[in-house]
Design a protein around this ligand. Structure first.
Ligand SMILES: Nc1ncnc2c1ncn2[C@@H]1O[C@H](COP(=O)(O)OP(=O)(O)O)[C@@H](O)[C@H]1O
Ligand SMILES: [Mg+2]
Length: 269
Protein backbone atom coordinates (compact mmCIF):
# COMPACT_ATOMS: atom_id res chain seq x y z
CA UNK A 1 0.00 0.00 0.00
CA UNK A 2 1.38 3.37 -0.98
CA UNK A 3 0.50 5.62 1.93
CA UNK A 4 1.18 9.32 1.68
CA UNK A 5 0.19 9.93 5.31
CA UNK A 6 0.88 7.68 8.31
CA UNK A 7 -0.29 8.75 11.75
CA UNK A 8 0.47 6.66 14.83
CA UNK A 9 -0.74 7.26 18.37
CA UNK A 10 -1.05 10.99 17.81
CA UNK A 11 -1.89 13.09 20.83
CA UNK A 12 -2.31 16.84 20.99
CA UNK A 13 -2.73 18.66 24.29
CA UNK A 14 -3.26 22.41 24.41
CA UNK A 15 -2.09 24.15 27.54
CA UNK A 16 -3.87 27.38 28.25
CA UNK A 17 -4.96 29.55 31.16
CA UNK A 18 -7.86 27.21 31.88
CA UNK A 19 -5.57 24.20 32.10
CA UNK A 20 -5.08 21.42 29.60
CA UNK A 21 -7.33 20.42 26.72
CA UNK A 22 -6.77 17.03 25.19
CA UNK A 23 -7.71 17.75 21.58
CA UNK A 24 -6.51 14.45 20.09
CA UNK A 25 -5.91 11.26 22.00
CA UNK A 26 -4.27 8.27 20.33
CA UNK A 27 -5.19 8.82 16.69
CA UNK A 28 -4.02 6.24 14.15
CA UNK A 29 -4.70 6.88 10.48
CA UNK A 30 -3.23 6.04 7.09
CA UNK A 31 -4.15 7.89 3.93
CA UNK A 32 -3.35 6.24 0.61
CA UNK A 33 -1.92 8.23 -2.27
CA UNK A 34 -4.70 9.64 -4.51
CA UNK A 35 -7.33 8.90 -1.91
CA UNK A 36 -10.21 11.24 -1.02
CA UNK A 37 -10.89 11.02 2.71
CA UNK A 38 -13.48 13.06 4.57
CA UNK A 39 -13.78 13.68 8.32
CA UNK A 40 -16.96 14.34 10.28
CA UNK A 41 -17.48 14.76 14.01
CA UNK A 42 -18.98 17.12 16.57
CA UNK A 43 -17.65 20.62 16.96
CA UNK A 44 -14.53 20.69 19.11
CA UNK A 45 -13.57 17.03 18.54
CA UNK A 46 -10.18 17.94 17.12
CA UNK A 47 -10.76 17.93 13.36
CA UNK A 48 -9.00 21.25 12.71
CA UNK A 49 -6.23 20.27 15.12
CA UNK A 50 -5.56 17.12 13.08
CA UNK A 51 -5.54 19.08 9.81
CA UNK A 52 -3.28 21.79 11.22
CA UNK A 53 -0.78 19.18 12.39
CA UNK A 54 -0.72 17.70 8.88
CA UNK A 55 -0.26 21.15 7.35
CA UNK A 56 2.67 21.79 9.68
CA UNK A 57 1.05 24.77 11.42
CA UNK A 58 0.87 22.86 14.71
CA UNK A 59 3.20 20.37 16.35
CA UNK A 60 1.98 17.12 17.88
CA UNK A 61 2.40 16.63 21.63
CA UNK A 62 3.33 12.99 21.05
CA UNK A 63 3.08 10.29 18.42
CA UNK A 64 4.31 10.10 14.84
CA UNK A 65 2.98 11.90 11.81
CA UNK A 66 4.70 11.00 8.56
CA UNK A 67 4.20 12.43 5.11
CA UNK A 68 5.95 10.40 2.40
CA UNK A 69 7.69 8.52 5.19
CA UNK A 70 9.22 11.66 6.69
CA UNK A 71 8.20 13.62 9.80
CA UNK A 72 6.42 16.88 9.02
CA UNK A 73 8.58 19.92 9.71
CA UNK A 74 6.70 23.17 9.29
CA UNK A 75 4.53 24.18 6.36
CA UNK A 76 5.42 23.21 2.81
CA UNK A 77 4.15 23.83 -0.71
CA UNK A 78 3.75 20.03 -0.91
CA UNK A 79 0.76 20.33 1.41
CA UNK A 80 -1.88 22.82 0.23
CA UNK A 81 -4.53 24.14 2.60
CA UNK A 82 -7.99 25.60 1.96
CA UNK A 83 -9.87 27.13 4.89
CA UNK A 84 -13.48 28.20 5.33
CA UNK A 85 -12.56 31.86 5.15
CA UNK A 86 -11.25 32.91 1.81
CA UNK A 87 -7.64 33.76 2.42
CA UNK A 88 -7.37 35.71 -0.81
CA UNK A 89 -5.26 38.83 -1.18
CA UNK A 90 -7.81 41.64 -1.69
CA UNK A 91 -5.33 43.78 -3.63
CA UNK A 92 -4.62 41.10 -6.24
CA UNK A 93 -6.84 40.02 -9.14
CA UNK A 94 -8.15 36.45 -9.39
CA UNK A 95 -5.35 35.58 -11.78
CA UNK A 96 -2.65 37.17 -9.61
CA UNK A 97 -4.03 35.43 -6.52
CA UNK A 98 -3.71 32.07 -8.27
CA UNK A 99 -0.26 32.92 -9.62
CA UNK A 100 1.08 34.23 -6.31
CA UNK A 101 2.31 30.86 -5.05
CA UNK A 102 3.56 29.83 -8.48
CA UNK A 103 5.91 32.83 -8.67
CA UNK A 104 7.49 31.73 -5.40
CA UNK A 105 7.62 28.04 -6.17
CA UNK A 106 11.05 26.48 -6.39
CA UNK A 107 11.32 23.60 -8.79
CA UNK A 108 13.96 20.91 -8.42
CA UNK A 109 16.18 20.87 -11.47
CA UNK A 110 18.14 17.63 -11.63
CA UNK A 111 19.92 18.58 -14.88
CA UNK A 112 21.42 21.67 -13.30
CA UNK A 113 21.66 20.27 -9.76
CA UNK A 114 19.69 23.01 -8.09
CA UNK A 115 16.37 24.68 -8.50
CA UNK A 116 14.75 27.21 -10.75
CA UNK A 117 11.55 29.20 -10.83
CA UNK A 118 8.60 28.66 -13.16
CA UNK A 119 8.75 30.62 -16.42
CA UNK A 120 6.24 33.43 -16.93
CA UNK A 121 4.74 31.37 -19.76
CA UNK A 122 4.21 28.33 -17.53
CA UNK A 123 2.75 30.48 -14.75
CA UNK A 124 0.21 31.97 -17.18
CA UNK A 125 -0.68 28.59 -18.65
CA UNK A 126 -1.16 27.07 -15.19
CA UNK A 127 -3.38 29.85 -13.86
CA UNK A 128 -5.43 29.75 -17.09
CA UNK A 129 -5.90 25.98 -16.78
CA UNK A 130 -7.19 26.14 -13.21
CA UNK A 131 -9.35 29.22 -13.75
CA UNK A 132 -11.04 27.29 -16.51
CA UNK A 133 -11.43 24.25 -14.31
CA UNK A 134 -13.44 26.28 -11.80
CA UNK A 135 -15.18 28.34 -14.54
CA UNK A 136 -13.60 31.64 -13.56
CA UNK A 137 -11.82 32.42 -16.82
CA UNK A 138 -14.11 35.43 -17.40
CA UNK A 139 -13.19 36.85 -13.99
CA UNK A 140 -9.40 36.65 -14.32
CA UNK A 141 -8.94 40.39 -13.93
CA UNK A 142 -11.61 40.87 -11.22
CA UNK A 143 -10.74 41.58 -7.60
CA UNK A 144 -12.02 39.41 -4.72
CA UNK A 145 -14.47 42.09 -3.55
CA UNK A 146 -16.23 41.82 -6.91
CA UNK A 147 -16.92 38.10 -6.41
CA UNK A 148 -19.61 36.14 -4.56
CA UNK A 149 -18.67 33.86 -1.65
CA UNK A 150 -18.86 30.79 -3.86
CA UNK A 151 -16.61 32.36 -6.50
CA UNK A 152 -14.05 33.33 -3.86
CA UNK A 153 -13.93 29.75 -2.66
CA UNK A 154 -13.49 28.65 -6.29
CA UNK A 155 -10.45 30.92 -6.49
CA UNK A 156 -9.11 29.36 -3.27
CA UNK A 157 -9.55 25.88 -4.79
CA UNK A 158 -7.91 26.92 -8.08
CA UNK A 159 -5.00 28.47 -6.20
CA UNK A 160 -4.50 25.36 -4.09
CA UNK A 161 -4.62 23.04 -7.12
CA UNK A 162 -2.39 25.26 -9.27
CA UNK A 163 0.42 25.01 -6.72
CA UNK A 164 0.30 21.25 -7.36
CA UNK A 165 0.68 20.03 -3.77
CA UNK A 166 0.91 16.30 -3.11
CA UNK A 167 -1.71 16.52 -0.41
CA UNK A 168 -4.66 18.89 -0.23
CA UNK A 169 -6.05 19.71 3.22
CA UNK A 170 -9.50 21.31 3.26
CA UNK A 171 -11.05 22.54 6.52
CA UNK A 172 -14.81 23.07 6.00
CA UNK A 173 -14.09 24.95 2.77
CA UNK A 174 -17.79 25.21 1.84
CA UNK A 175 -19.02 25.76 5.40
CA UNK A 176 -19.97 29.41 4.93
CA UNK A 177 -21.81 28.96 1.64
CA UNK A 178 -25.54 28.65 1.00
CA UNK A 179 -26.87 25.18 0.14
CA UNK A 180 -27.10 25.71 -3.61
CA UNK A 181 -23.62 27.19 -3.99
CA UNK A 182 -22.29 24.46 -1.78
CA UNK A 183 -23.78 21.80 -4.04
CA UNK A 184 -22.15 23.43 -7.08
CA UNK A 185 -18.76 23.50 -5.41
CA UNK A 186 -19.08 19.85 -4.38
CA UNK A 187 -19.68 19.08 -8.04
CA UNK A 188 -16.66 21.14 -9.12
CA UNK A 189 -14.43 19.47 -6.57
CA UNK A 190 -15.63 15.98 -7.61
CA UNK A 191 -14.83 16.78 -11.24
CA UNK A 192 -11.37 18.13 -10.42
CA UNK A 193 -10.60 15.16 -8.19
CA UNK A 194 -11.59 12.70 -10.90
CA UNK A 195 -9.29 14.48 -13.37
CA UNK A 196 -6.28 14.88 -11.10
CA UNK A 197 -6.74 12.26 -8.35
CA UNK A 198 -4.94 14.48 -5.88
CA UNK A 199 -4.92 13.14 -2.32
CA UNK A 200 -7.53 15.09 -0.34
CA UNK A 201 -8.36 15.27 3.34
CA UNK A 202 -11.62 17.16 3.64
CA UNK A 203 -13.27 18.22 6.91
CA UNK A 204 -16.98 18.93 7.00
CA UNK A 205 -19.83 18.91 9.48
CA UNK A 206 -22.22 18.01 6.65
CA UNK A 207 -22.66 14.23 6.48
CA UNK A 208 -24.09 14.26 2.94
CA UNK A 209 -21.09 16.27 1.78
CA UNK A 210 -18.73 13.80 3.45
CA UNK A 211 -20.38 10.84 1.67
CA UNK A 212 -20.80 12.38 -1.78
CA UNK A 213 -17.11 13.34 -1.90
CA UNK A 214 -15.21 10.71 0.02
CA UNK A 215 -13.98 7.19 -0.60
CA UNK A 216 -13.83 6.85 3.18
CA UNK A 217 -15.56 8.84 5.90
CA UNK A 218 -13.77 9.12 9.21
CA UNK A 219 -16.10 9.64 12.15
CA UNK A 220 -14.44 11.32 15.11
CA UNK A 221 -15.70 11.05 18.65
CA UNK A 222 -16.31 13.90 21.07
CA UNK A 223 -13.62 15.01 23.49
CA UNK A 224 -10.99 13.78 23.68
CA UNK A 225 -10.81 13.43 19.91
CA UNK A 226 -10.39 9.90 18.68
CA UNK A 227 -11.38 8.03 15.56
CA UNK A 228 -14.67 6.30 16.32
CA UNK A 229 -15.24 4.55 13.02
CA UNK A 230 -14.09 4.60 9.43
CA UNK A 231 -16.79 3.93 6.82
CA UNK A 232 -15.91 2.84 3.29
CA UNK A 233 -18.16 4.54 0.77
CA UNK A 234 -18.73 1.84 -1.82
CA UNK A 235 -20.55 4.11 -4.27
CA UNK A 236 -18.78 4.30 -7.64
CA UNK A 237 -17.63 7.57 -9.19
CA UNK A 238 -18.56 9.64 -11.12
CA UNK A 239 -20.97 10.80 -8.45
CA UNK A 240 -23.33 13.71 -8.77
CA UNK A 241 -26.24 15.19 -6.87
CA UNK A 242 -28.55 12.37 -8.04
CA UNK A 243 -26.34 9.99 -6.11
CA UNK A 244 -27.79 11.54 -2.96
CA UNK A 245 -31.20 10.07 -3.84
CA UNK A 246 -29.98 6.48 -4.17
CA UNK A 247 -30.90 3.85 -1.62
CA UNK A 248 -27.27 2.99 -0.89
CA UNK A 249 -26.43 6.63 -0.18
CA UNK A 250 -29.29 6.91 2.29
CA UNK A 251 -28.37 3.65 4.06
CA UNK A 252 -24.85 4.96 4.59
CA UNK A 253 -26.13 8.38 5.61
CA UNK A 254 -28.41 6.92 8.29
CA UNK A 255 -25.62 4.76 9.63
CA UNK A 256 -23.16 7.67 9.89
CA UNK A 257 -25.83 9.99 11.22
CA UNK A 258 -26.65 7.66 14.12
CA UNK A 259 -22.94 7.44 15.01
CA UNK A 260 -22.52 11.21 14.92
CA UNK A 261 -25.72 11.74 16.88
CA UNK A 262 -24.43 9.42 19.59
CA UNK A 263 -21.36 11.62 19.85
CA UNK A 264 -23.47 14.74 19.94
CA UNK A 265 -25.46 13.37 22.90
CA UNK A 266 -22.22 12.33 24.58
CA UNK A 267 -20.87 15.83 24.12
CA UNK A 268 -23.94 17.41 25.74
CA UNK A 269 -23.59 15.39 28.95
N1 LIG B 1 -5.04 27.15 20.44
C1 LIG B 1 -5.81 26.48 21.30
N2 LIG B 1 -5.62 26.58 22.62
C2 LIG B 1 -6.38 25.89 23.49
N3 LIG B 1 -7.36 25.04 23.13
C3 LIG B 1 -7.60 24.90 21.81
C4 LIG B 1 -6.84 25.61 20.82
N4 LIG B 1 -7.30 25.25 19.59
C5 LIG B 1 -8.31 24.37 19.80
N5 LIG B 1 -8.49 24.15 21.13
C6 LIG B 1 -9.45 23.21 21.73
O1 LIG B 1 -9.17 21.90 21.24
C7 LIG B 1 -10.37 21.20 20.94
C8 LIG B 1 -10.39 20.81 19.49
O2 LIG B 1 -10.49 21.97 18.68
P1 LIG B 1 -10.59 21.91 17.09
O3 LIG B 1 -9.49 21.04 16.57
O4 LIG B 1 -10.65 23.30 16.60
O5 LIG B 1 -12.01 21.16 16.87
P2 LIG B 1 -12.96 21.05 15.59
O6 LIG B 1 -12.23 21.57 14.41
O7 LIG B 1 -13.31 19.60 15.50
O8 LIG B 1 -14.19 21.85 15.91
C9 LIG B 1 -11.51 22.11 21.37
O9 LIG B 1 -11.91 21.77 22.67
C10 LIG B 1 -10.89 23.50 21.34
O10 LIG B 1 -11.51 24.36 22.26
MG1 LIG C 1 -12.64 23.10 13.07
Amino acid sequence: MDNIVEIRNLTKIYTGRKGETIALNGVDLDIARNEFVTIVGPSGCGKSTLLNILSGLLEPTSGTVLCNGKPIEGTSADRGVVFQQYALFPWLTVRKNIEYGLRRKKIEDSSRKGWHRMSEEDIRATSAKYMEMVQLQDFAESYPKELSGGMKQRVALARAYAANPELLLLDEPFGALDAQTRTQLQQDLLEIWEKEKKTCLFITHDIEEAIILGQRVIIMSARPGRIKEIVDIDIPYPRDQRTKMSERFNEIKNRIWSQVYEEYLEDRK
